[in-house]
Design a protein around this ligand. Structure first.
Ligand SMILES: [Zn+2]
Length: 279
């Protein structure tokens, strides 16, 4: 889907892996030719068709970051946000039954599709005839979100955009930063938040019992700076050029307004930080 963002990566970021692939960064022996579709298993797929779930560097061109796909599955995958959730569910059932992506529309013409989707939406169980046995079904596609916010949100990225120090380095940095009890409470609250995502307002309310997001900002920012300095982390620059020390802990983004309501800036904790905090 050229031009569009996906899994928290802008098109500009997504283009980089395509360029890297064309430059041959996948290696001299790497080929997608002859590989079956990584979703439906169809052996007849266009050799140039492939898909990435993960556009963070260093790039990898193999699962679980990238998959050879057939055109039908690739289209469905990207179209899943614009269609009723039941349509994607029905497609997944078809794949589970051993169907190929290209067989979905012929097997389920529009009228039948609508009928089955309505039954799925009503919570009815539907029978799907097995088509062929499935081999090597890891089922990675079943875990894919249908939340359109995942197109832009950093929580959707399998890996943060910037490569991170390893667990041991983070552990050592935390030790030298010596978080206070309150700072530990902030870290834990953030690590346990849904999608590793929180805001300074939530931290202020839930951890500091304060209505002032600035208080959380100050406290958490100071802790981030100590951790960042211990790691010799070069902080991301803010738009005004000042260092964003929080970048050592989290990726930030401004979510879109909801019902004309401006939402707070969100912080998505890096998975490795979460792992260290909760270990
Ligand atoms: Zn396929």
């Amino acid at each position: 889907m050229s031009g569009a963002s996906y899994n928290g990566y802008s098109w500009k970021q997504r283009e980089l892996i395509l360029k890297a692939y064309r430059r041959g960064e996948a290696g001299p022996d790497f080929t997608l030719e002859g590989k079956p579709c990584g979703l439906c298993g169809d052996p007849n797929r266009a050799p140039t068709e492939w898909h990435s779930e993960d556009y963070s560097q260093p790039f990898t061109f193999e699962p679980p970051q990238s998959y050879p796909l057939c055109k039908a599955c690739h289209l469905r995958l990207h179209k899943r946000f614009k269609q009723p959730a039941e349509e994607w569910k029905l497609f997944c059932r078809h794949i589970d039954a051993g169907g190929y992506g290209s067989e979905f529309v012929p097997n389920y013409p529009l009228k039948r599709r609508r009928e089955l989707c309505a039954r799925i939406a009503a919570g009815e169980s539907i029978e799907i005839e097995p088509i062929r046995p499935r081999e090597d079904a890891t089922g990675w596609w079943r875990e894919l979100t249908l939340d359109p916010e995942s197109l832009n949100a950093p929580w959707a990225r399998p890996r943060p955009l910037r490569a991170r120090p390893d667990e041991e380095a983070y552990r050592a940095a935390l030790e030298s930063a010596q978080p206070s009890e309150q700072e530990w409470a902030i870290l834990h609250f953030h690590a346990e938040a849904f999608r590793r995502t929180t805001t300074m307002r939530e931290i202020a309310r839930e951890v500091l019992r304060s209505e002032r997001p600035q208080t959380a900002n100050l406290l958490y920012g100071r802790l981030a700076k100590r951790i960042g300095q211990a790691l010799k982390w070069k902080p991301d620059p803010r738009s005004d050029g000042t260092p964003f020390w929080m970048s050592v802990i989290a990726e930030g983004w401004q979510p879109p307004s909801k019902n004309r309501h401006r939402r707070d800036y969100e912080l998505v904790m890096a998975p490795i930080v979460r792992a260290v905090v909760l270990s």
